[in-house]
Design a protein around this ligand. Structure first.
Ligand SMILES: [Zn+2]
Length: 312
């Protein structure tokens, strides 16, 4: 409301000592164990029930499914899946007949209303284990992926504040090498990973447009995709992302993207370390696209509901 792109000042250039988002503008802790344990329990019941219904409904609808990962490692972390599970999930995706697609191409397919099930793989936050464990599997299987990084964290100017001791992140040199490979792209995930909706217009614009500029400066290539920190966004953020020149922006609202879905508010399907092969299959086939009310009840980022129910 009242936001005018033209009146906004240029994004800031210099770095202060510590640019970590202050407590008042942080995203909710994404590593809450109790939440994931309860969600897992609820999802398992939902899958069992949905399977019975689904059998009568027939095959799942076509569209674009975007998977959301954070870490791929054997470390015990709510944000991690193991390298073994990750490989098994990628192989299952291929076996199921889904077409692995780069995000930009998937958007074109979506705009053209192309039938079939397109699948994109994305990673948020730029953890170093993406390079160690996920990229070798993706290369091996020929699956494209996008890694979204908060640029001030890669600069070393801000911390991943939901960790006491954050795991290592990718360096600019590594990101440049990754971005040079045809399969992989690097996208923006703000500068400091704040809850964008808690910021002033100027600060939100700085995070959104500034992270694009940081990436283009450091990687030497154009940057077309943005992932909202913790998936949190409102109409102001959607407008800013569009005006900053991004072609696509990703939320954490679960669900398939059907033709007509707004490209700056695409849904993503999160993958959890607790997912059994059966649970991953349920995510792939859409059995968990309309989760029961737990997320809403706990007021978590994923509470953002899809605007239109793609299968309805
Ligand atoms: Zn993130």
């Amino acid at each position: 409301v009242g936001y005018q792109a033209k009146r906004l000042p240029a994004v800031t250039a210099g770095l202060s000592d510590d640019r970590t988002a202050p407590a008042s503008s942080r995203v909710p802790n994404p590593r809450r164990r109790l939440y994931y344990a309860s969600a897992h329990w609820l999802h398992r019941m939902q899958v069992t029930r949905a399977r019975r219904i689904k059998r009568a409904e027939g095959p799942s609808a076509s569209g674009l499914r975007i998977f959301l990962y954070h870490r791929v490692t054997n470390d015990h972390d709510e944000l991690a899946v193991t390298p073994e599970a990750f490989r098994a999930q990628m192989e299952m995706m291929l076996r199921a007949g889904a077409t692995p697609t780069a995000l930009d191409e998937a958007l074109v397919a979506l705009e053209e209303g192309a039938p079939g099930q397109h699948v994109c793989v994305t990673f948020d936050d730029g953890y170093h284990d993406n390079l160690d464990y996920a990229i070798p599997v993706l290369r091996d299987l020929g699956i494209p992926a996008t890694i979204f990084v908060p640029t001030a964290v890669i600069d070393g100017a801000a911390r991943l504040y939901w960790y006491d001791k954050a795991p290592p992140t990718l360096s600019w040199t590594e990101l440049r090498q990754i971005g040079r490979e045809e399969l992989f792209t690097v996208g923006a995930h703000s500068r400091t990973h704040p809850a964008l909706q808690k910021l002033t217009d100027e600060a939100a614009w700085d995070e959104i447009a500034g992270s694009r500029r940081d990436l283009e400066d450091r990687l030497g290539r154009s940057v077309t995709s943005f992932a909202y920190p913790a998936g949190l966004q409102g109409e102001r953020e959607i407008r800013m992302v569009r005006e900053a020149g991004y072609r696509v922006a990703l939320t954490c609202a679960p669900g398939l993207n059907a033709p007509g879905q707004r490209p700056h508010a695409l849904h993503r399907t999160p993958v959890s370390r607790r997912d059994s092969p059966r649970m991953f299959e349920a995510r792939l086939t859409g059995l968990l696209d309309h989760p029961w009310g737990l997320q809403a009840a706990l007021k978590l980022p994923t509470r953002l509901r899809p605007r239109a129910r793609p299968n309805a």
